[in-house]
Design a protein around this ligand. Structure first.
Ligand SMILES: Nc1nc2c(ncn2[C@@H]2O[C@H](COP(=O)(O)OP(=O)(O)OP(=O)(O)O)[C@@H](O)[C@H]2O)c(=O)[nH]1
Length: 384
C-alpha cells in the first residue's frame, strides 16, 4: 500500500462544516458538490444517504468520540474515527500514485462540539503534517436560530468558533428578525463573516481560505483577520465544561507541562445563555518577555481554558523582529507563527478574546501580574 502524501507537498486545507440540527448543512453540501470548483474536494460525512452521491469524492466517518485522554475530557478527546479516515483517504482516493483531491470538507452532526475535531487536526502528528485547518463554517437557521441559541450551549459554541456563519432559511422570516439575529451573532463572534444563503446556494470557493496562518499568500491580511475593532460588545451564555489544558508555548519551555483542573459543569441556564459570553480586546504598548507571556497564557488556560472559547493575537515579543501570531480554540492552540514583518507602523501587542463567564478584568489582572510585572498597564480596549 502506498502513501500518497509526501512531506514536500503543501498542506491540504480542511473546512469543518458544523451547525445545529436542521440548520441546513446537508442542503449547503448538496449545492456545493454540484459546483465544478468543488470537484476536487473530498467530503467526509456522517451518514450516507443524505447527500447526493453523484459527487465522486465522498466518504463516511461516524462521530465516535474517544475519551481516553488523561482527563476523560470530551474537549480534549481525539476523534479516532476521523483520524483514521484522514489517514486512509490519501491512498483510498488516489489513482496511479496521484491523490484525487486537493481539499477536504468535514460535515459534523448537529450536536457536535467542533473542539475535538479541531484538536484532532492539530495534535495527531500524521494529520498535522499533511492537513491544515482552513475554516470552520457554521450554518445558522434564521427561523429557529434565536431559540436554538437560547436553549443549546453547543449551538453558541459552534457560533463562537466559526470563521464563517451561513444564515439559512432567510426566505422564511422578515428582515427585522434577520437583522436581530445577525446582531446577536456579531456579538457572539464579532469577526466571523456572515453570509446569507438561500437553499444552500453559495460559492464554495469563498468558504475556504479563512485562516490567516495557512494562507499561502506572501502578505496575509493580519489586521483584517484580527479585526480588533469589531470586539466592541459583550455577549454571553452558560456552558458545559470539564477540561484539561494543553497550550503550546512560544518558548517551548512549558511544552511538557500538562495543567489539569477539573471544573464544575456549569449550570445551563436555559433563558440566559448569552449573558455569560464576553467578547473583548486589549492592547499592550511595549515588547513582552516571551517566557512571561508563556507563563501567563499557560496558567490562564490551565485554570480557565474551557471557558476561553477563542483567542486571537498579534504579539510584540522581545528579541523578535516580526509579530508573533497566536490562535486558540478553548485550550487548544495552533503553534505560534512569526510573521516576517509588521502589517503597519503600529507594533503594539493586540489580543482578542471570546470567553464564557470570564470578565475582561480577570484577563487584565493576571496579565498585569505576569507580563507587565506591575510596572505597566493595559493601554486601551473595548468590551466589558
Ligand atoms: N425554506 C428554506 N428551507 C431550507 C433552506 N435551507 C435548508 N432548508 C430546509 O431545511 C431542512 C433542514 O435542512 P438540512 O440541510 O437537512 O439541515 P441539516 O443541518 O443537514 O440537518 P441535520 O443533518 O438533521 O442536522 C430541509 O428540509 C431543507 O430543505 C432555505 O434556505 N430555505
Amino acid at each position: 500500500m502506498t502513501n500518497e502524501f509526501t512531506s514536500s507537498q503543501p498542506l491540504i486545507p480542511i473546512a469543518i462544516l458544523t451547525g445545529f440540527l436542521g440548520s441546513g448543512k446537508t442542503t449547503l453540501l448538496n449545492c456545493l458538490v454540484r459546483q465544478p470548483a468543488f470537484s476536487d474536494t473530498l467530503v467526509i460525512i456522517n451518514e450516507f444517504g443524505e447527500i447526493s452521491l453523484d459527487h465522486l469524492l465522498v466518504t463516511q466517518s461516524n462521530e465516535i468520540v474517544v475519551t481516553e485522554m488523561d482527563s476523560g475530557c470530551i474537549c480534549c478527546s481525539i476523534r479516532g474515527d476521523l483520524a483514521r479516515t484522514l489517514r486512509e483517504i490519501g491512498w483510498r482516493f488516489s489513482r496511479e500514485g496521484k491523490r484525487k483531491f486537493k481539499r477536504v470538507m468535514i460535515e459534523t452532526t448537529g450536536l457536535a462540539d467542533p473542539a475535538p475535531i479541531i484538536h484532532t487536526l492539530m495534535t495527531d502528528d500524521f494529520i498535522a503534517s499533511r492537513y491544515r485547518l482552513d475554516a470552520v463554517i457554521t450554518t445558522v437557521d434564521s427561523v429557529n436560530g434565536m431559540q436554538t441559541l437560547d436553549r443549546h450551549p453547543e449551538a453558541i459554541k459552534q457560533v463562537a468558533v466559526a470563521d464563517r456563519l451561513i444564515l439559512t432559511k432567510n426566505d422564511l422570516i422578515d428582515e427585522t428578525q434577520l437583522t436581530d439575529l445577525q446582531h446577536r451573532l456579531a456579538r457572539l463572534n464579532p469577526t466571523a463573516q456572515q453570509l446569507r444563503v438561500l437553499n444552500g446556494e453559495t460559492d464554495g470557493q469563498a468558504l475556504f481560505g479563512a485562516r490567516l496562518f495557512f494562507l499561502d499568500q506572501k502578505a496575509p491580511d493580519v489586521l483584517g483577520w484580527l479585526n480588533e475593532s469589531a470586539y466592541a460588545g459583550t455577549i454571553k451564555q452558560a456552558g458545559n465544561a470539564s477540561d484539561t489544558f494543553r497550550y503550546q508555548p512560544i518558548t517551548g519551555k512549558l511544552s511538557k507541562q500538562r495543567f489539569q483542573k477539573k471544573q464544575k459543569v456549569a449550570q445551563q441556564d436555559i433563558h440566559g445563555h448569552d449573558d455569560h459570553i464576553r467578547a473583548f480586546s486589549f492592547t499592550f504598548d511595549t515588547p513582552i518577555e516571551p517566557e512571561l507571556f508563556d507563563q501567563w497564557l499557560g496558567l490562564l488556560m490551565a485554570f480557565k481554558g474551557p471557558d476561553i472559547l477563542r483567542v486571537k493575537g498579534m504579539l510584540n515579543l522581545k528579541h523578535r523582529s516580526g509579530p508573533i501570531i497566536i490562535h486558540g480554540v478553548q485550550h487548544i492552540f495552533h503553534p505560534p507563527v512569526e510573521l516576517a514583518e509588521w502589517p503597519s507602523e503600529d507594533h503594539r501587542t493586540r489580543i482578542v478574546f471570546i470567553t464564557r463567564d470570564i470578565d475582561r478584568s480577570v484577563i487584565e489582572r493576571t496579565f498585569d501580574r505576569f507580563v507587565s510585572t506591575g510596572t505597566e498597564a493595559f493601554s486601551t480596549g473595548t468590551g466589558v
